[in-house]
Design a protein around this ligand. Structure first.
Ligand code: AMP
Ligand code: GLY
Length: 424
């Protein structure tokens, strides 16, 4: 089979390596891929958002199955465009990807179908939003409606910060049209859990839970990033909580989307907060999380391509999807200065890896045979071990064997999860 994977980060590298485990896979094309992915797939320099070029490529190369991984092409309708040409796709259609593409849509969906989430107000007028934050409870959570590269959420501790957040989105348009509507919501507290799921619109199969570390610095300090590391499973997510989430969040969401005529097929990501009043939805993503995928897929014991094909074809309930009874940790090595200013173009040296260790490349270019850093997040060092503690130690040992100038990583990935564990 010839597969196409749209995207070019660490998440896509993890997906591609997992897809390659299926013996029927002859070729994987990655658009655009990256210098590290080029060792596992044939990369072509087509942007993930250039939908006409992607469709054209898929037709010319007679691709049998496509996976669209990032949010922006999905929200723009990449799955619709490929399927219109008869190419089966793992990834939701545009009318379902809106669950991530518009926060107003997702909040209204949750309101209508009684899915637990933070209380909120929607504003389309600057004056009304400013008036509201003058008396709103603090901290106030201000969110741009549309996609904003994971940066569209501001937690304002003071009225001045809340006003500045509203102005930056609605007046200065720092996120472009994404900020023409804003959601201002109640601040929730509690541990965060990421649950990715496979769903064909009828059946929902949650994957192993995980915990992201979004802030740049140790102790969850510094600016928000795309994610500095992950562990799986997330020890806060007990079997009991999983059942509550299935009954009050996962199934109601899938059914709500179907009832709205927006059947969701693909990976639906539930960003949850375990509040004192029970689990609530912080956000939905219409795709695999990054770097959650880098710890979740190595724990998957069932063939990924088979699952993706069943998801696309609406046959998910026929499968028995299994997970390894182990833990995984991903330590992201970034360019020092990320997420603000940083330098790239430095050679990367990688150590040999064992079967239970993976290095997923996120931002790198190939210069001949040499891999050069090419992004803020450069790679993820991932280890799978019987216990969380062993997985963390092994991931740091792996990360410490990787070298490039100006490499930076958090040193406390997994520590909160370890502290939350009852046994080890
Ligand atoms: P997002 O970009 O939607 O992933 O949000 C970024 C982060 O903001 C989340 O991971 C949470 O830590 C935080 N956040 C978002 N909404 C809320 C909320 N209502 N209450 C508390 N924290 C929130
Ligand atoms: N790690 C969070 C996300 O992928 O949105």
């Amino acid at each position: 089979m010839k597969l196409l994977v749209v995207g070019g980060g660490g998440r896509e590298h993890a997906i591609i390596q997992k897809l390659k485990e299926n013996p029927s896979v002859e070729t994987i094309y990655a658009l655009p891929g990256n210098g590290g992915i080029a060792r596992d797939a044939e990369c072509h320099p087509i942007k993930a958002t250039d939908i006409p070029a992607i469709v054209d490529f898929a037709k010319t190369r007679k691709v049998d199955f496509a996976v669209v991984a990032p949010d922006d092409p999905l929200v723009l309708g990449a799955a619709d465009a490929l399927e219109a040409e008869g190419i089966p796709v793992f990834g939701p259609k545009k009318n379902a990807a809106i669950i991530e593409g518009s926060k107003v849509f997702s909040k209204e969906l949750m309101g209508k179908y009684h899915i637990p989430t933070a209380e909120y107000q929607v504003f389309t007028q600057l004056d009304a939003a400013l008036e509201y934050v003058r008396t709103a409870p603090l901290p106030a959570v201000v969110k741009a409606d549309g996609l904003a590269l994971g940066k569209g959420v501001i937690i304002a501790q003071t009225r001045e910060e809340a006003e500045a957040a509203v102005r930056s989105m609605m007046e200065d348009k720092v996120f472009g049209e994404s900020g023409s509507r804003v959601v201002i919501e109640e601040f929730l507290t509690g541990p965060e859990v990421s649950v990715l799921s496979f769903t064909d619109g009828e059946t929902v199969v949650p994957m192993v839970s995980s915990m992201d570390h979004k802030r740049a610095l140790d102790g969850d300090k510094g600016p928000n990033t795309g994610g500095m590391g992950t562990v799986a499973p997330n020890p806060y997510y007990t079997d009991e909580i999983a059942q509550v989430c299935m009954d009050t969040i996962f199934l109601p969401t899938i059914r709500a989307m179907k009832a709205e005529g927006r059947e969701f097929r693909g990976c639906l990501y539930f960003g949850l907060m375990l509040t004192p009043k029970g689990p609530k939805v912080i956000e939905y993503n219409c795709r695999f999380g990054d770097p959650e995928t880098q710890v979740v897929l190595p724990l998957l014991d069932t063939d990924l391509l088979t699952i993706m094909q069943a998801t696309q074809a609406g046959r998910l309930r026929e499968l028995d999807i299994r997970w390894k009874k182990a833990s995984a940790c991903c330590v992201v090595l970034a360019s020092d200065g990320y997420p603000k200013k940083y330098q790239t173009g430095y050679p990367i040296t990688l150590p040999p890896t064992g079967e239970n260790d993976k290095i997923y490349i996120a931002g790198a270019k190939l210069d001949g045979e040499t891999l050069l850093t090419g992004g803020g997040r450069v790679l993820g060092a991932v280890s799978v071990r019987p216990t969380l503690r062993e997985a963390i130690d092994a991931a740091y040992a792996l990360a410490d064997g990787i070298h490039f100038e100006n490499a930076y990583c958090r040193r406390d990935i997994g520590q909160r999860a370890l502290a939350a564990r009852k046994e080890d």
